[in-house]
Each structure stands twice: as C-alpha cells, then as structure tokens.
Ligand binder design. Structure first.
Ligand SMILES: [Zn+2]
Ligand SMILES: [Zn+2]
Length: 403
C-alpha cells in the first residue's frame, strides 16, 4: 500500500525460535528480514509468502542478519529476481559450507547475494537501512536500523549483552536517538536456562584456561562458526605456549575449520587471529602426545572418536572433553555418543555461555533504547514476555500498522 503508514508483518517467529521472517513496508517499498529454517523440534511447515517465494515478485529486498541456519536456511526459495543482502563475512561462510558439503545451500546462487557493510547505510525504495555490528555467537551479526520517513525501527537479529562486543554495540545503539519500534529476539524468555548461567565470554575464556592448565590433552566440541569462542580458546593456547611448560601446546583443527578461520581473519582481522592453528596429520601424533594439545573434534568422525577413546584410556587423568555448545544439542545421538565417552570417565567439562541476550538484559535493553513499541520474535510465547515494557502482542501472519 502506497500511503505514509509503516506496516510490520511477522510471518513466522511470534511463537517459535527458528525460521523468523518479518516484513517492513512503507510507501510501497517492501522488505523482508531473515528467511531461515525452523529448529528441528519446531513446526517445520514450509513458509510460503506470495510475492516472495511464489507468484509475481512484490518484495524489493530480503536482508539477512547473520549466517545461522535459522536465519538463512531457506534463502534458496526466495524468488530469483528479488535482491538478497547479507554481510560479506556471512556470504563467505555460506560459500565455504556450500563448497564443503554440496547438501548445504544446494539451491542458493551465491552470486545473487549483495554485500552489506557494517555502518554503511543503504537505500531500498522508501527505506534507509544501516547494518550495525552486533554481539552474538555468529560473527558479523547485524542489527538493522531502518528509517521509514521519520519513523525509526531497530531490528535486533540475534544478540546478547554478555559477549566481548557488548560495549561497542551499546555505544552504537546510543547514537540512534529515538526508537519508535524495537523488533527484538527473545530466545531466552522461553528457555529454562537461568540468567546467572550465562557468563561473559571473558569468564568462559578463564574457565577454559583453567581447563587446559589441568588437562594436557583437551578435546573440544564447538560450533565451527562460533569464532568468538574459538578466539577465547585460541588466546588461552597462545598464553599457555608463552608462559607454561611443556612449550608448544598444539591447537589442532581440520582443513574445513582452518578455512573458516581464514575467512574470519580476512573479514574481521581486528577481532579474529588464530595464530597457532595446525591441521591434523598422522605425523603430529608424537608431538601432540609430548607437548599436549587442544583439538577440535566432530561428532560422527570415526578417527576423532578413536583418538578420544585412546587418550581417555591411556591418560585418563590428563585428558578431558570440553563441550561448548547449547545443552539442547547434546540430545543429538552422535554428539551424545562422544560426550558419554568422557562423561563415563568423569572427564566431561561443560564450558559454555549462550549466544542470546539474558532475560534481565533484554528488559534493560528495551528501556535503554527507550523503545516506544516492542515486538518480540524468535521466541515461544511465554508469560515472561509481559516483563517487557511497551510490548505489542502479535501472531504469525498478522500485520501491525503504525500511523
Ligand atoms: Zn543466531
Ligand atoms: Zn537465531
């Protein structure tokens, strides 16, 4: 509709975490934000939107906040003549996954994706959009500041305020002035985890430091694209190599992980440098046994499992497995198999913190940005939502009109 009103439609995300998609329209311009996959346990019914995934195209662009599958997993279904935007880092990560395993993003034409640059405003029809570098377990996650005439919308994407970049994010947000509408993620509102279990990334790094000081042989299970966590672990290894004996502790990853590290080092060198990374080869076995190591292992990799078994058998008091992901993923059969090997010998260590804003930080954030209206997505409906000021209740498929 070509009037002066701002319209916001939540197609999916008012009552589930994965696969959010929100439309913002103003003076005939229509954009959608994120087009990902639901989490496995959620309603996975295919999301079809006329003008976006079927019928004659009616959207001017789709903007993607970050590379997590629940935000980009279904972009291959977007009509091919609609421009798609994401950060250059995110684009490189998706390309790496596509090259690594042809099942990933099989239907996505990477060349159609235009790159967004943090802090650089773009204009799409009647809307001005600025991507803001955020703080999340995916590197280069964006919040979007969207100007529709004098009406300002802040779409948070996924974020938190206990990572290393919280201060940078908050200082950026303070510059916006008024926020007429905040569209925010609310993952932890509907999860059981306690705010106090969400440590800062610095605290996670300290826990890992203690762990590698106590365990000469340290296997880790961690999402390949959680670069901030990897950076913390890498810092610990560098420090160990400098200050502790034996010298030369290895940081062992596979070729795919190395290629992802190289993307991070190229795209955000001021944030990511993995100095001591080494790719595994048989001829390292003796050196690793002598000098100790931190090694990334993957569920379903038989060689990794064999190595973990060997060290747990031969050096039980010097070996541990660090599990550094959301506890919910541990229900996965292959992951369970690996973690139970260490758990049975009391050598499993959980060192983790959420990528999502805590309940209290979210309540405070709503007040910090002085949001006049708040729409919560990326959450299941819960009573906890009522703690947020100025919240508008919305259902999937519903449109709210702002005069
Ligand atoms: Zn995410
Ligand atoms: Zn998400």
């Amino acid at each position: 509709m070509n009037d002066e009103k701002v319209r916001v439609t939540v197609y999916r995300g008012s009552n589930q975490i994965g696969g959010c998609c929100t439309e913002i329209s103003y003076k005939g311009t229509r954009i959608a934000i994120d087009f990902g996959s639901p989490l496995p346990e959620e309603n996975t019914k295919e999301l079809n939107i006329t003008g976006l995934t079927c019928g004659q195209s009616a959207f001017d662009a789709v903007l993607l906040t970050h590379y997590h599958g629940d935000h980009v997993g279904e972009i291959g279904r977007i009509n091919t003549d609609i421009p798609v935007y994401m950060g250059g880092f995110a684009k490189d990560v998706i390309t790496a996954y596509k090259n690594h395993n042809h099942h990933f993003f099989a239907d996505v034409d990477i060349d159609r994706i235009d790159e967004l640059v943090a802090g650089t405003e773009i204009t799409i029809g009647s809307l001005q959009i600025t991507p803001i570098l955020s703080d999340h377990s995916a590197a280069e996650s964006f919040m979007f500041l969207i100007k529709a005439g004098g009406f300002q919308i802040l779409h948070t994407g996924d974020f938190r305020l206990h990572g290393r970049y919280r201060e940078e994010l908050l200082s950026n947000v303070e510059k916006f002035g008024k926020v007429d509408l905040l569209i925010t993620e609310g993952t932890t509102l509907s999860r059981k985890e306690n705010d106090k279990d969400n440590y800062t990334e610095e605290h996670v790094e300290n826990m890992f430091w203690d762990c590698i000081c106590e365990n000469k042989y340290c296997f880790i299970i961690l999402s390949s694209t959680n670069f901030e966590r990897f950076q913390g672990f890498s810092n610990c290894i560098d420090k160990y190599r400098k200050d502790k004996r034996p010298k030369g502790k290895y940081f062992v990853v596979d070729d795919f992980q190395k290629s992802l590290f190289e993307i991070a080092e190229k795209r955000l060198p001021e944030r990511y440098q993995f100095k001591t990374k080494t790719t595994y080869a048989k001829n390292l076995d003796e050196g690793m046994a002598n000098k100790g190591f931190v090694m990334l292992i993957r569920a379903g990799n038989a060689a990794h499992e064999a190595l973990l078994r060997k060290y747990l058998e031969e050096y039980p008091s010097k070996t541990c497995l660090v599990y550094s992901m959301w506890s919910g993923y541990m229900d996965n059969v292959k992951l369970k198999r690996l973690t139970s090997l260490a758990h049975d010998k009391n050598r499993l260590r959980i060192i983790h913190s959420s990528g999502h804003v805590t309940k209290q930080d979210l309540i405070d954030f709503v007040d910090t940005v002085a949001a006049k209206n708040v729409i919560v997505i990326h959450t299941e409906k819960t009573k906890e939502m009522e703690r947020l000021n100025n919240r508008i209740s919305i259902e999937d498929g519903e449109t709210i009109v702002f005069e």
